[in-house]
Write a protein that binds this ligand. Sequence first.
Ligand code: ATP
Ligand code: MG
Length: 311
Amino acid sequence: MPPCPSEFRLLQITADDFRRGETVFDAVKSPYLVPFDRSFRIASAPTSPPDDAAKKSGLKKKLEASVDRLDDLQRKLYALDRWGVLLVFQAMDAAGKDSTIRAVLRGINPQGCQVTAFKQPSSRELDHDFLWRVSSRLPERGRIGVFNRSHYEEVLVVRVHPEYLGGQRLPVEIPLRKRWQERYESIRDFEKHLARNGYLVLKFFLNVSKEEQASRFRERIDRPDKNWKFSEGDLAERDLWDHYMDAYEKALNATSRPWAPWYSVPADSKPFLQATVAEIIEASIESVAPEYPKVGQKRRKELLALKEKIL
Ligand code: ATP
Ligand code: MG
């Protein structure tokens, strides 16, 4: 039986969905916001700051100011106990995920923040669907959860290495193209579900250039204190750069939505990257938790009466 017109409409994401409060959260505007109409082209996305960007010292000050405000916003978020925030970081190796997470979240009460790094899945994780391991690490309401790599690896590294699917013991073999489309759909649905339930999902692609990656790899070899960060495997993945860029472009276009936006942030300058990421997070949390919860007159009176009882 063909679907009736209203059912048919439900199957599609229309421009109206975006406008008409399908979402409880609207993405904060930024030159680095990945548009929702699939027009993002990774080849033209900047990897270095614009010419008029502030100098290093100005960026440092900007970051400090954002870090201070984030601390305050996180307290409000916690007091409000309504929203949870999920920050997703994805990037090529040496783009600066770790240092950005450290720089941006440094000022936040550790109790209000949960960071998880996702590596190659364990056999226990492979015994579940691909969203299981990330679901189990979602932040509670009032908290900020950080994913250093995430469920997106399933349409990035696995898309570049489709042989990994062999280890996932999926029940039915389907054409690869269909597999990726299905995964994008699962991810969109998952993130929309999170948004509807009070999760602010902000996703950052740290866009480093191939040249800058080369110089950071050289530094990791030159500096003994950074040797531990380098592995031969990183070079093998670097050789697949164009495949990764293609996978990123497709994934970002398929999953940047107003309720779970992607930001592709230039990553060749760490001060610019960190200040920009902090600013976007700050503005986004500000849009949902700008104040402490308000106490009514009645409760205020009760509190004052209780104060009298403190001997
Ligand atoms: P660093 O920047 O310090 O190298 P990292 O995030 O790259 O940190 P590593 O331990 O070097 O950490 O690498 C983790 C590896 O796990 C990455 O190559 C990543 O692509 C891979 N990985 C993560 N999730 C999956 C997944 N679902 N399937 C296959 N590989 C995955
Ligand atoms: Mg690595």
